[in-house]
Design a binder for this molecule. Sequence first.
Ligand code: AKG
Ligand code: FE2
Length: 314
Amino acid sequence: MNAAASAHWLPGDRLPDVCLRADDGTSRTLHAEFAGRPLWIATPVDAASAARLPRPPDGVIALCVGPAVPEGAASGWQSAAADPRWCAGLGIGLFWQADANLRLQTSQPLPINEAPKVAADVDALRGEQTFAIAPVLQIPDVFEPDLCAALIRHLEVDCAGGDVSAVLVMQDGEQRLQVDPDIKQRREVIPRDAQLEARMHERLMRRALPEIVRVFNFEVRRRDPFKLLAYPENAGYFRAHRDNETPDVAHRRFALSVNLNQGDYAGGEFRYPEFGPHLFSPPTGAALVFSCSMLHEVRPVERGTRYAMTTFLA
Ligand SMILES: O=C(O)CCC(=O)C(=O)O
Ligand SMILES: [Fe+2]
């Protein structure tokens, strides 16, 4: 499975590693030189527009790229030329904010009158807290909010809420499917809408697979069917388990789960009991990716219904 190349960049996409040429003729690559701090990128149509760019706050790298020469631009901006196709992919006459992982967050047309807000820094955990922390990857904005809402609707309306989830057990050397409230309780369905499935697939290819290559050094070649999940209030949980323990699922390498409505329910967090007490509850649209060999559980949902989409990668 090869990651899709983007002709147009969207919020949620991680910028590719392009070469930028500075005014003094030196070349720098985006990932090597600019990752690790929030980034502003502007693609003004001309020098006059470049000169009206707002001053970036401390700690933000600001790059003015494209055909325009940013004469008189507010100080704090570095001007650079880049491959015109890359600039076209960003869109000309735009102002982008990207996070420290070079993931695009918001875009707005130039000119902008007020300097946009930069997300507040998250407090660092203490050293002893980070010692017992599960090796999971969280990728924000893999699915857009409207896709998350459409998936919930598909499960509840088109698929009539889905079916009670069963588990595979080995009995006398044979695999059997059975409902077992000692292990899990939830509803689930394999989506039946080809368009929704195609959109999920495209987003995984574009946003999750490149991160899995980068972070885990793992090239995904196949994927199990997508599954939509509902964990109802006081009746939804999945007790501690591993995802690759029966012969038919032994091929699975990574689990990928996307929360579809975080904030609308309480409880329902992931926990990895072998790796400490921390609870994981990624924001709506974010993917959580972890090794299928790791013990994990979904804590009981205490209020509302937790919706999620899950699949397994190999
Ligand atoms: O609820 C989820 O997001 C995934 C739960 C899980 O661990 C599984 O389906 O194997
Ligand atoms: Fe699991």
